[in-house]
Design a protein around this ligand. Structure first.
Ligand code: FA5
Length: 339
């Protein structure tokens, strides 16, 4: 027993010599003084000794423990003093007069375009609304008059949670429902935000992209109001007067439903951006379906409204001539430095 105690003492001391920082010291404390450490193990061995040996080695083990605790504390104090000295030396060497050229960052293109769009709509009296990206089946589909057999509900499009009741919103139209429940007409909001779809990616499709939703509800709102607002918005965003082309479109939550193309802002005779058609598909829109108003507690015999939803990613691509959507989320510095 005597030689065991001596050997533990020597090992502890030689382990301590190699300690350079608090983490190393903690490893050694646990190894020797921890609840399952070497000393705890030694103490349990005492019970197998004769009464005489217990009298000798019991106090010897306690002394060893006290000695280790003392050395541990001293080493801790030494490390702390060394750290303080290092900090003081660094502070003394810090020269506030040295000026280094700073590498300047820039905002993400999404931030630029979102700020610009928010300014345009706020100047027309719209407020900016927000909503959760984790949504219920009802808010994403049911309340928006999307029947159970609509393809948008298919698992291939939607990121469902394992309970199959909650999902990552597939569009920002969910914010229409939330806002209608929280406010009373007149309501005029836009909501820029993320949408997620379980889709394969290509140059113009990503599984996570930004949309911008718009909604206005009041008495006597018509398609004419929708077109006037959208024209003002697009003209301001692209800095020139753009022609709009309206086509019928089906979205279960609007009636009538429209798809709106804008005259290509980059050419007059056709270019690769507009695939040589001079028109670019921009958004879905329409007059809010009476079922949707009713679902959110608004009387469709008194109020009507319009809604639209555009790919904010697509607007950014058009405005900044970005040819591949995947660049936007790539985090590539060469790409981001251009903004
Ligand atoms: C919708 O999401 C409707 N909620 C829009 C709407 C709102 C219609 C209000 C009527 C009233 P859609 O699935 O077409 O519609 O998507 C709208 C836009 O999102 C598209 O025009 C496109 O620009 C963009 N988008 C859709 N899927 C992707 C994708 N995978 N990657 C990038 N952008 C996408």
């Amino acid at each position: 027993m005597h030689s065991t105690i001596e050997s533990i003492r020597n090992n502890f001391r030689s382990d301590l010599i190699n300690v350079n920082n608090h983490q190393d010291l903690e490893v050694i404390r646990v190894k020797y003084l921890g609840r399952q450490g070497i000393l705890a193990d030694l103490m349990t061995q005492l019970k197998d000794l004769s009464a005489d040996d217990k009298k000798t080695f019991g106090p010897a083990c306690n002394q060893l423990k006290a000695e280790f605790q003392e050395l541990h504390q001293q080493t801790q104090a030494l490390l702390f003093a060394r750290e303080q000295e290092l900090i003081a030396r660094k502070a003394a060497a810090f020269d506030v007069t040295i000026s280094k050229p700073l590498q300047q960052g820039s905002l993400h293109p999404y931030t630029y375009i979102t700020q610009e769009i928010e300014d345009i709509f706020m100047s027309m009296g719209f407020a900016v609304a927000d909503g959760p990206e984790l949504e219920t089946d009802y808010n994403n589909f049911g309340a928006l008059n999307i029947p159970a057999d609509h393809p948008a509900r298919a698992e291939s499009d939607t990121f469902w949670l394992p309970d199959m009741q909650r999902l990552l919103r597939t569009h920002t139209s969910t914010v229409q429902i939330k806002t209608m429940r929280e406010q009373t007409p007149p309501i005029a909001i836009i909501c820029p935000g993320r949408a997620l779809r379980n889709e394969a990616t290509d140059a113009s499709h990503d599984f996570m992209f930004m949309q911008i939703e718009g909604m206005l509800i009041d008495k006597n709102i018509s398609i004419a109001n929708l077109l006037a607002v959208l024209k003002e918005f697009l003209d301001k965003l692209f800095g020139k007067s753009l022609q709009l082309r309206v086509r019928p479109g089906f979205f279960p939550f609007v009636e009538p439903g429209l798809e709106i193309d804008a005259q290509c802002p980059f050419c007059t005779t056709g270019c690769s951006t507009c695939k040589h058609t001079c028109w670019i598909e921009l958004l879905g829109a329409g007059l809010i379906h009476p079922n949707v108003l009713r679902n959110a507690g608004i009387d469709p015999t008194i109020y009507s409204g319009f809604a639209f939803g555009s790919g904010l990613t697509r607007l950014a691509m058009l405005k900044y001539h970005i040819t591949d959507i995947r660049l936007i989320h790539s985090g590539k510095i060469e790409f981001l430095e251009q903004f």
